[in-house]
Design a protein around this ligand. Structure first.
Ligand SMILES: Nc1ncnc2c1ncn2[C@@H]1O[C@H](COP(=O)(O)OP(=O)(O)OP(=O)(O)O)[C@@H](O)[C@H]1O
Length: 281
């Protein structure tokens, strides 16, 4: 895995700690799509990233750089055309059962109440949900602050509540890894902040490994142990930044000078360094 040098005056990216347990590895991974006109479109090229157990890692980069493609590979929805990947440690590809995915839209079943929506993956897997599953679903609803909403139908919930329910649903089979594709992208700014803080708390309590795609630089810095910045298509790892902001993090973390230093480094990675005069124009 490459760890690009930090530009002068910016936080250094330490070498990965070989004592930690790798749970996801993408090695020289590439994806080429065939367009409708029959041309090759290289979406991802020679992408390398190792993620360690219990980390939160964000993927950021320009639109179309392949962030969702990386998530789709790890969810088993997209085969890489080149390179390799492993999930769950042990250099196997049998790790898909360790993975749950949360999308930008909650995708709850409108004809089932909240509790049944959370239980749905257990029903699909086992054919039925037993008392342990129901207890677990109620505990997860409490974890995301929806214990009072178990009997409500999805249309009775706000967008933020629906997304909370879909996070609870993603945890019902106790996956080790949560893949989150712009999970807060469809929410208003205040609800988004609320859910960001909830996610930090959920992580604190469940210790899931989380790979998060986001378009928000501040969200990436607030939530992540490391931020992987991708280059414009074809997506490659352009920078890998360890965010050394103390935990537990909260709204005060965003006022720290190093929060701005990290954010600026990511902005410079994506847009290139711009002078104050450029910004004024
Ligand atoms: N099935 C497909 N067939 C052809 N091209 C595709 C397919 N899926 C994705 N692409 C292209 O691959 C590139 C990467 O797509 P991807 O959705 O991974 O990017 P992204 O970084 O997640 O984008 P965004 O930030 O806009 O959501 C894009 O140019 C996209 O148009």
């Amino acid at each position: 895995m490459s760890t690009p040098e930090a530009p002068a005056g910016q936080p250094a990216t330490p070498e990965p700690d070989s004592r930690r347990e790798a749970i996801i590895e993408l090695s020289h991974t590439g994806v080429t799509f065939e367009t409708r006109k029959g041309n090759d479109l290289v979406a991802l090229d020679d992408f390398n990233l190792t993620i360690y157990r219990e980390e939160i890692v964000s993927l950021v980069g320009p639109s179309g750089c392949g962030k969702s493609t990386v998530l789709r590979i790890l969810a088993g929805l997209q085969k890489p055309t080149t390179g390799d990947f492993w999930i769950g440690g042990g250099k196997t590809r049998q790790g898909f059962s360790e993975v749950a995915i949360v999308f930008q839209r909650p995708t709850l079943l409108p004809w089932r109440n909240v509790l049944d929506n959370v239980l749905y993956p257990a029903r699909v897997l086992k054919g039925r949900a037993d008392k342990d599953d129901r207890d677990r679903a109620r505990a997860l609803l409490a974890l995301v602050g929806l214990e009072e909403m178990a009997d409500r139908m999805p249309h009775e919930l706000s967008g933020g509540m629906q997304q909370r329910a879909s996070i609870a649903r993603s945890l019902i089979l106790d996956p080790k890894i949560l893949l989150m594709d712009e999970p807060f992208g469809a929410l208003d700014a205040l609800t988004r902040e609320d859910l960001q803080l909830d996610l930090l708390e959920i992580h604190e309590r469940t210790r899931k490994t989380i790979l998060l795609v986001t378009h928000s630089i501040s969200e990436a810095v607030l939530l992540s142990d490391r931020v992987a910045v991708m280059s414009a298509r074809p997506g490659r790892l352009q920078d890998l930044i360890t965010v050394d902001i103390p935990k537990p993090r909260g709204p005060d973390s965003t006022a720290r000078p190093d929060f701005h230093t990290y954010s600026q480094r990511i902005r410079d990675d994506i847009f290139g360094p711009r002078t104050k005069r450029d910004r004024a124009q």
